[in-house]
Design a protein around this ligand. Structure first.
Ligand code: FE2
Length: 358
């Protein structure tokens, strides 16, 4: 069992990440939390901020009641702030916001207004993923990871097509015209930046009608909404961005069908079945097998979105394509080959070193 308490080494990890965020003495740091936040992260953040001569200010709101038919996981779209004006106003005046909400504010409707700043201050926001501190410590970011992610984002922005294939049977064609490209390396040091820790991936939100083919989830691939390694093979047929068939006889496939159906029933649309984002992991410190070492309550699975060489296929909300839904699956796949305009970024699950892409 892992205890959740202040440990010197975890405080050191938080300090290191705050240094990478360019936190300066005298800065005011808004630590935004909700009643279901992992308290040890809030305490570590608070102490690390103070250790660097800056001032932490905590804003804690109650975790709102669930008003949907199924638990919401891994969306990065927390509804904790409930459009509360005083909270938005306070956070928009902090140099740095440390986001300790359960789901994270990455896609929260209040985020643009927070990042717009006020009184001459433009905040940056670091979402501290809801993980046990040991996970954050192991996945500590560094400047090398930033340059790796930035370079991958440049190549992704410059590409027109992503092709994904695997021996298991995946064969996807993804058009990138009009896609929005993002990337995260685990810290933010410029006004207006948003990051999450752990980081280390690049991704694209494709425009409407850009994705088709077959996505094959093989045993050992991961469903991060359920925080499980798949035991069975699942074949998803994708037409016009949407999964139109989930083929497979095991419990894994059944559970996916059931969760998708909950959102389709609730929302009266097929938006939950459509692609949200596609990308690949770049963090060599992040581990595919990490879920085996932690209880489900100890982790949020962000590490598995980032492990080097995974192909991350996600369904759910995609603003670029004009689709909104609360259903979200993040599905890291192993052993895929990911190519941009025919040039491999990932070769059978292994990151291709920059310059060796041929
Ligand atoms: Fe996602």
């Amino acid at each position: 069992m892992l205890l959740e308490q202040i440990e010197h080494r975890w405080l050191a990890a938080f300090r290191r990440t705050l240094e990478l965020c360019a936190l300066a003495p005298g800065d005011v740091v808004g630590i935004v939390t909700e009643s279901q936040s992992r308290q040890v992260l809030v305490e570590l953040a608070d102490l690390a901020v103070q250790a660097m001569g800056a001032t932490p200010v905590r804003l804690r709101v109650p975790t709102p009641a669930l008003d949907v038919p199924a638990p919401v996981r891994s969306t990065g779209a927390s509804d904790a702030l409930q459009q509360l004006e005083p909270v938005i106003a306070a956070l928009s005046r902090c140099q740095l916001v440390l986001d300790c909400t359960v789901e994270g504010l990455l896609h929260a409707p209040e985020l643009p207004r927070i990042l717009a700043g006020a009184d001459g201050v433009v905040p940056r926001l670091l979402m501290i993923s809801n993980e046990h501190p040991e996970i954050l410590e192991r996945c500590l970011p560094d400047a090398q990871l930033e340059s790796t992610v930035r370079a991958a984002m440049r190549r992704l922005r410059g590409a027109r097509q992503m092709q994904v294939s695997s021996a298991a049977g995946t064969s996807l064609q993804i058009g990138l015209d009009g896609a929005r490209v993002g990337g995260v390396w685990g810290y933010c040091n410029k006004p207006g930046q948003v990051a999450h820790w752990p980081g280390g991936l690049c991704l694209a939100f494709p425009g409407a009608g850009q994705v088709s083919g077959t996505l094959v989830l093989a045993p050992g691939d991961v469903n991060l909404t359920f925080k499980t390694y798949l035991r069975d093979r699942i074949v998803c047929q994708i037409e016009n961005d949407h999964i139109v068939a989930i083929e497979g006889s095991g419990v894994d496939a059944e559970m996916m069908r059931g969760y998708y159906a909950a959102w389709a029933d609730r929302e009266g649309s097929q938006a939950a079945y459509a692609v949200s984002h596609v990308g690949w992991g770049l963090n060599r410190r992040a581990r595919w097998d990490a879920l085996a070492f932690y209880d489900k309550r100890d982790c949020n699975g962000t590490e598995l979105r980032a492990f080097a060489g995974n192909f991350l296929y996600s369904t759910g909300a995609n603003e670029v394509a004009g689709r909104h839904t609360l259903g979200h699956f993040d599905l890291p796949l192993r052993n895929c080959t990911v190519a941009l305009d025919g040039v491999n970024e990932v070769d059978q699950g292994q990151l291709v070193e920059p310059g060796a892409q041929g």
